[in-house]
Write a protein of this length. Structure first.
Length: 161
């Protein structure tokens, strides 16, 4: 697929969510249908920029995002559900952020947002991006240039709302 763009719908897929009861399957319909969602993706849980800046920014700004009409905040990475659960605990996300695993990069690839890090020993990952999804349709899409952290921050999404 070509890269997803504003106005496109999120593809129908199944992801894994870390919950207090353990891993649970969750569909993109369950995540996005009838809701306004801030979705951000990182190249990898526990990686430097992702752990020091990206996730903490959404934790710190969760109330501000919800005050601007966001129903839920979703963090996605091409990691397994156990890693995403551990990263969420380490990052103190509580109930503010839904941590989802796109373990095989199926959704990431369906949206055309994959990042090939095979040469660096990390496999195929998600590009760093953030989007606002309103009832399943992308209304804002901010994709980072490789190595950057500017347009996908919580502050950038707040400014776009």
């Amino acid at each position: 697929m070509s890269q997803i763009k504003v106005g496109d719908s999120i593809p129908a897929m199944k992801l894994m969510r870390s919950t207090a009861e353990g891993p649970k399957e969750i569909t993109t319909d369950e995540l996005f249908k009838g809701k306004k969602v801030a979705l951000f993706a990182v190249p990898g849980a526990f990686t430097p920029t992702c752990s020091a800046k990206h996730l903490p920014g959404y934790v710190e700004n969760a109330a501000a995002l919800k005050a601007k009409g966001v129903d839920s905040i979703v963090c996605m990475a091409v990691n397994d559900v156990f890693v995403m659960g551990a990263w969420g605990k380490a990052g103190g996300v509580g109930d503010d952020i839904i941590m989802v695993a796109d373990g095989s990069a199926a959704l990431t690839k369906a949206m055309g947002l994959e990042l090939d890090l095979v040469a660096r020993g990390m496999g195929v990952r998600a590009q760093r991006f953030a989007m606002v999804v309103d009832d399943g349709k992308v209304t804002t899409l901010n994709i980072e240039a490789p190595g950057d952290f500017k347009v996908s921050s919580a502050e950038a999404i707040l400014a776009a709302l």
